[in-house]
Ligand binder design. Structure first.
Ligand code: SF4
Length: 213
């Protein structure tokens, strides 16, 4: 499925139960030649209302973080693992089946944009995009070379907005972006700078969702 097909299909999608809790499908936003691609978990209240990812307080924090890395929002492709807002207030996390149902759209976006750096925000995005099982708090800020690009796991905005210590981690992780954006794309699938626990290397690399990459 190419990008245009994915976007058209997603905007009318009812492949999972989240179609019942959304107001608008939040497919993604940004240029298709972006070198930086940021993936959150799911749309929230503001995103569901406006149809654009990373709005409200999260969006303001994102803009500040990008600015500190000498990047503007208009140079970044923004999206989420699932394109529809989960129910409940605050919204619950998407279920694995919902992430799986929405995965073809994310893959079409990644294939079309072909970014050099992917920032995976929060536990679920980190696990899906790196294929690693650890909590994001254990591997955040370490660039994982995968599929010819770097995946940088970091904390999600909901944690960083309310916890100063987590906000400091997020700022530190985003400060790596200028260096990564200047670096050549990785040429292998191997992780270069994420330490593996002795004797558990194979287990650590077991993908949560085989086939994403
Ligand atoms: S979350 Fe994704 S798969 Fe589920 S209804 Fe929305 S667009 Fe379709």
């Amino acid at each position: 499925m190419d990008f245009a097909e994915a976007q058209k299909e997603a905007l009318a999608c009812a492949k999972c139960g989240l179609c019942h809790s959304r107001t608008r499908v939040v497919f993604g936003d940004g240029p298709l030649n972006a070198e930086l691609f940021i993936v959150g978990e799911a749309p929230g209240f503001n995103e569901d209302r406006d149809g654009k990812p990373f709005g409200g307080a999260s969006g303001m924090l994102l803009d500040r973080l990008l600015s500190s890395a000498n990047l503007g929002r208009d140079a970044v492709y923004l999206t989420t693992l699932v394109k529809c807002r989960p129910p409940e207030s605050p919204p619950r996390s998407p279920k694995p089946s919902e992430v799986s149902a929405c995965r073809p759209y994310l893959l079409a976006q990644l294939a079309a944009v072909d970014p050099k750096v992917v920032v995976a925000m929060g536990d679920m995005a980190s696990r899906v995009l790196t294929g690693r099982k650890e909590a994001v708090s254990r591997i955040r800020g370490r660039a994982v070379p995968l599929d010819g690009r770097y995946v940088l796991p970091t904390l999600d905005f909901s944690r960083a907005l309310y916890t100063p210590a987590d906000r400091a981690f997020l700022i530190s992780d985003f400060s790596r972006l200028p260096e990564l954006m200047e670096t050549d794309r990785p040429s292998t699938y191997e992780t270069m700078n994420v330490p593996r626990a002795p004797g558990r290397a194979g287990a650590e690399r077991e993908p949560l969702q085989p086939g994403l990459w």
